[in-house]
Design a protein around this ligand. Sequence first.
Ligand SMILES: C[S@@+](CC[C@H](N)C(=O)[O-])C[C@H]1O[C@@H](n2cnc3c(N)ncnc32)[C@H](O)[C@@H]1O
Length: 227
Amino acid sequence: MNISVESFYNQLSSDYTALISKCVPRYEEIFYNLFCYLPKDFKPQRILDLGCGTGNLTAAILHHFPNAEIHALDISADILNECKTRFKENTNIIYHQQDFSVLDFPENHFDFIVSSIAIHHIKDDEKKKLYQQILTILKPNGIFEFADQTRGITEEIYQTHIARWKIEALKLGSTPKNWDMWMQHQTDHDYHTPVVWHLEQLKEVGFTNIDVLWKNIMWVIVYAQKK
Ligand SMILES: C[S@@+](CC[C@H](N)C(=O)[O-])C[C@H]1O[C@@H](n2cnc3c(N)ncnc32)[C@H](O)[C@@H]1O
């Protein structure tokens, strides 16, 4: 029987950072590139990290914006506890155990909403609703950026992504057992969608300045701004 995404990450929580670093090619590069295109005068005061996990992106947010109020949100209580323990000295982080497909924040609340490798866990209709909700809770001129896994535009490209991913993950030190675990997780909890779909939905819900900032195999960084 399939376990829920929440149970999967609860079980993985203390091993997550070690395993993901051996699974995602150029993982650290994602956190570097997420901050390269922000306007020079962008000084977000309130930031939301969607699907924070153990806090690998949260750490990069803290590095760039140490004085911001940072909201770290995740559906998994155990992985969120790992994040809380990691940042126990940082009093500017507020934690939310919440499902991001039903976000509950006031309008015009955040300057910056960011996410890494999490949005593919919800279905396409929920992704679109999430983008509408993100637009609502961002302040005018606020920025939304996410890094995530995407599908190829054709099945052939997608299967080549998966084959290349396996080669890279094994080179990074994933064992065949780790790989099988990620593939079972993918079958159970992943909804990969071509990057062009994301760009179209962001435009349709009302974002502007939408672009792909970086791409490697199936991982992309997408940027969008509220007018
Ligand atoms: C692959 S991890 C990414 C964690 C972190 N952002 C990183 O880059 O290492 C995906 C995270 O998204 C969370 N997640 C999955 N579905 C979610 C949902 N519907 N609402 C909130 N969090 C969710 C999982 O619990 C997990 O911590």
